[in-house]
Design a protein around this ligand. Sequence first.
Ligand code: CTP
Length: 391
Amino acid sequence: MSRILLVVSGSVAAYKALELTRLLRKAGHEVSPILTAGGARFVTKEALAGISGARVHDDLWAAEAEIGHIRLARWPDLVVVAPASANMIARMANGLADDLASTVLLATRAPVLVAPAMNPAMWAHPATQANMAALRARGVAVAGPEEGAMAEPESGPGRLVEPATLAATIGAMLADGPLKGRHVIVTSGPTQEAIDPVRYIANRSSGKQGHAIAAALAALGARVTLVSGPVAQPDPAGVTVRRIESAREMLAAVQAALPADAAIFAAAVADFRPEAAPTQKIKKEPGAPPPEIRLALNPDILATVAQHATLRPRLVVGFAAETETVVQHATAKRLRKGCDWIVANDVSGDVMGGAENAVHLVTEAGVEDWPRLPKEEVARRLAARVAEALG
Ligand code: CTP
């Protein structure tokens, strides 16, 4: 049971704040809403008051007279801005304090979760992206936006995360556990490297192990950013998911998610990509020899983060997929990459895409052979070790 200050700003999606409020109260939380002038265009103060069972704050000077904005800012365990309009995000990024919501957001020391909702063009605009980067760099957690049906004819991300998903994210942020307050980055799945607009190079990684690790870390109370290539796995509850395709996009998403207390690189990143991916489909010409694909080396994401001069997480964990002399190769890889641990698995059997995994944990102290276990159990054990290592 926690105290949540819910800022509702101006977006068509504001009606979803009502459902979110209902779900948060059902989960036992106390919700105190702040309605901005824009938000009040889409949802009434009365509806928000009725569903939250609390007084709705919407006026800086009235709130001042009642409890004072500083007390309001000190009250919550978590501040949730949902929906967060482009304007609300810009005001937060720039530290404006021109209404009650922005003033409280500037004054609070509680963790903040932002769930953007806006027209896809506004979301994609460099100004909004720069504002989001500034908020992330300050440790603001972000949920969404998603792609999908919107009030706008344009397509692309901009849709508010569904209230049930948002409630799960909030639940995870408030969860107690040994990793509470820690941020962990996890990579998962394969990468896809374009040959041309319709073809790509990829691998058989299912994302099962990486996604299970993200879920296990969240269950211990960590704030988790999961950077995933294309997979069929559902998003783990309470985890911020960044979807990418190529290795270079994965590196950019991981770098944007830093700083972190720990990073676990479970993705099967393509070591090589086609050097040039033409924007037109490669055609087969009658009589001509098949085209040759020249490969270029992809950045090593694990090594880049493990050797980062300023933002290296305290614990960096890599995976090694080997088919022979597993432990020997993994031990060498640990040193070469500069990571703390290597989770080594023998992929000569049916591990890729399979439900179980037999791994060896290679640390500075030596090698542990874990029994063959379901991937969820490997994830739970690894998450417990991460918690232990971070103290
Ligand atoms: N990795 C990465 N970026 C790459 C390649 C690999 O982050 N471009 C990470 C993987 O997520 C994994 C580890 O590095 O944690 C695997 O290292 P890699 O050098 O690819 O080794 P293997 O895949 O095990 O195979 P090999 O040693 O044969 O290259």
